[in-house]
Design a protein around this ligand. Structure first.
Ligand code: ATP
Ligand code: LTN
Length: 331
């Protein structure tokens, strides 16, 4: 099977540093190794309530971010998930071979549904992983770069693909997750036990790619640290500093042991100042480009139109095979 890479981000807000380090930054490198499809997964976004006007704004903001971080639309296909209706169709078809018990075990569903009370959780939130499986399998993708939080969904995708192949005939390659070793889970600056998140961003724990230099400095200087001092990497005993060190690694390319050497004998204050400057320097060109692309709506629309057309052509081929193997519709 030809390798093909698929990944997506929900347009629930502008992206944060966790999205960037955990996912987006890798994509710019991977686009040179694989044919890539990068989607803006708006149908996933609406599994929790969204403001319709903001949803559309964020959809374009994510597209602009893809470009600002260096994804090249001449190499990779950028498109909006809902503009390729085959995602919803394949999700329904795969839903018929997915078991309730399998979906009930998904920790993201458990976490997100608990916030509202399980009885009130929507069907969309429950079926979320089936739609994600459909995203990936619709293009018969083989490589899926994601943050650590999506591993369980990837496992379910693999299970669904195998089950389909056994029941109806070999169609889907079994996709592989691609998770990096350092930075797969960037934690909140305020709660180092929780991932940096769009939906948990009220208290300065999340750095947005659009934050100004001053805001970034303030958030980092106010980040919580561990009771035990010293800039040494120990994710178990010193999770807060380990998180900041991983960030520093991604912003500067310096390895963790080199960071330890550089800051040996120095305190949290010095390290945070260096980290803040590294984040500001790394994000400055990105946020400048982001502003340029966000103001060039015509160019964004052209790129997303072309992406949609290309994605639809690929999707139509898979869907017609699925329909035929499942016996759906007329010959
Ligand atoms: P929410 O937390 O509200 O569910 P999210 O930021 O996880 O939102 P997406 O926008 O869909 O949701 O995430 C895009 C990518 O970023 C995914 O590959 C995800 O694994 C990754 N990601 C998200 N948060 C982090 C994090 N804190 N650290 C590393 N990777 C992350
Ligand atoms: N569920 C993912 C976003 C997502 C995705 C995908 C990632 C939707 N469909 C397909 C990779 C492949 C998230 O919340 N981060």
């Amino acid at each position: 099977m030809k390798p093909l890479l698929f990944s997506g981000v929900k347009p629930t807000s502008t992206p944060h540093l966790g999205n960037y380090i955990g996912a987006l930054a890798q994509w710019t490198k991977l686009q040179h190794d694989y044919p890539c499809l990068f989607s803006i997964v708006d149908l996933h976004a609406i599994t929790v309530p969204q403001d319709p006007v903001e949803l559309r704004e964020h959809t374009l903001a994510i597209a602009a971010t893809y470009l600002a971080i260096g994804i090249d639309p001449a190499r990779a296909t950028l498109f909006v998930q809902s503009e390729v209706p085959e995602h919803a169709e394949l999700s329904w078809l795969l839903g018929t071979i997915t078991k309730l018990g399998e979906l009930e075990r998904m920790t993201q569903f458990k976490d997100k549904s608990q916030k509202e009370g399980a009885e009130r959780a929507g069907l969309g939130l429950f079926a979320y992983p089936v739609l994600m499986a459909a995203d990936i399998l619709l293009y018969r993708s083989t490589v899926v770069p994601v943050g650590d939080d999506q591993m369980q969904h990837l496992e379910l995708t693999r299970l669904i693909a195998r089950r389909f192949n056994e029941r109806f005939g070999d169609l889907f390659p079994i996709p592989q997750a691609l998770v990096q070793k350092v930075g797969a889970r960037v934690m909140s600056l305020q709660h180092p036990d929780r991932k940096m998140s769009k939906s948990d961003a009220t208290d300065g724990g999340t750095i947005w790619l659009t934050d100004s230099a001053d805001v970034i400095r303030k958030k980092i200087m106010r980040a919580v640290t561990d009771t035990e001092g010293g800039i040494t990497y120990d994710a178990e005993r010193k999770p807060a500093v380990a998180n900041l060190m991983e960030m520093y690694h991604h912003m500067t390319g310096m390895h963790l042991d080199a960071i330890e050497r550089e800051f040996s004998g120095k305190g949290y204050g010095d390290f945070k100042k260096a980290l803040a400057e590294a984040v500001v320097a790394h994000l400055a060109p990105i946020s400048q480009k982001l502003a340029v692309y966000q103001n060039d709506r015509g160019e964004l629309q052209r790129i997303l139109d072309a992406g949609r057309d290309h994605a639809r052509a690929l999707a139509a081929d898979t869907i017609s095979r699925v329909r035929s193997l499942m016996g759906i519709g007329r010959a």
